[in-house]
Design a protein around this ligand. Structure first.
Ligand code: SF4
Length: 208
């Protein structure tokens, strides 16, 4: 028996599709900034200002808008806590991120500073931002930096993507190949970023 091929007509829907509800932007921001502040508040070595490259005043405003559960922790910081010296590439990365923000908001400026500082850390970026998995990091980029999501359509690891962009701006070529598909480093640039959240790892390290 020969089965007939489905036609476009056979897939026609009898009713108009209801569009999926837009993600709740406020809830996304509460998730984003709650995760970030939770990790920084538990940093055993650095102050929150130094961990996130933001002043106490900026952190207080951020907490008031999106993470009031940390308002008291921020208020308890010493008034003149330093947010630390920039690493060499930090200012360029911050500027690159601000340039590609969605709306020029304070949130984008704060995230640019935080991302530039946290990109210096040794783990996957989603871990060093305090997120529970990479999908939360991607949700942050979709909400506040959609132009970067479009530029990184191949889903390159975000740290690799940042530094590749900065190098290209300087006319530097770090790639071993002109084509990712035939490059030996494809796993390094695009491989899976598996792992546990840093909050889980530090709890396990404490025997919790
Ligand atoms: S996979 Fe190779 S060519 Fe592609 S971005 Fe990485 S280093 Fe460059």
């Amino acid at each position: 028996m020969v089965l007939s091929q489905p036609t476009s007509q056979s897939f026609a829907q009898p009713f108009a599709q209801t569009p999926a509800p837009a993600p709740d932007a406020s809830a996304t921001d509460r998730m984003i900034f709650g995760r970030i502040l939770a990790l920084a508040a538990g940093d055993p070595v650095r102050s929150m200002t130094r961990a996130l490259a933001l002043t106490k005043v900026e952190l207080a405003e951020l907490a008031a808008r999106h993470a009031p559960q940390f308002a008291d922790t921020v208020a308890a910081l010493a008034d003149r806590t330093e947010f630390g010296e920039d690493a060499i590439e930090e200012a360029d990365l911050r500027a690159f991120l601000v340039e590609h923000g969605a709306d020029g908001t304070d949130e984008e400026r704060w995230l640019a500073a935080i991302l530039a500082r946290r990109s210096l850390e040794p783990n996957h970026l989603w871990q060093d931002m305090g997120f529970h998995d990479r999908s939360e990091l991607n949700a942050m980029f979709r909400r506040h930096f959609p132009a970067l999501v479009a530029m990184n359509a191949g889903d390159m690891k975000w740290k690799k993507f940042f530094y590749r962009q900065l190098c290209e701006r300087e006319g530097l070529v770090l790639c071993k190949s002109p084509n990712c598909e035939v490059c030996d480093d494809v796993e390094v640039c695009f491989g899976e970023e598996a792992g546990d959240p840093l909050s889980t790892l530090s709890r396990l390290a404490r025997g919790g």
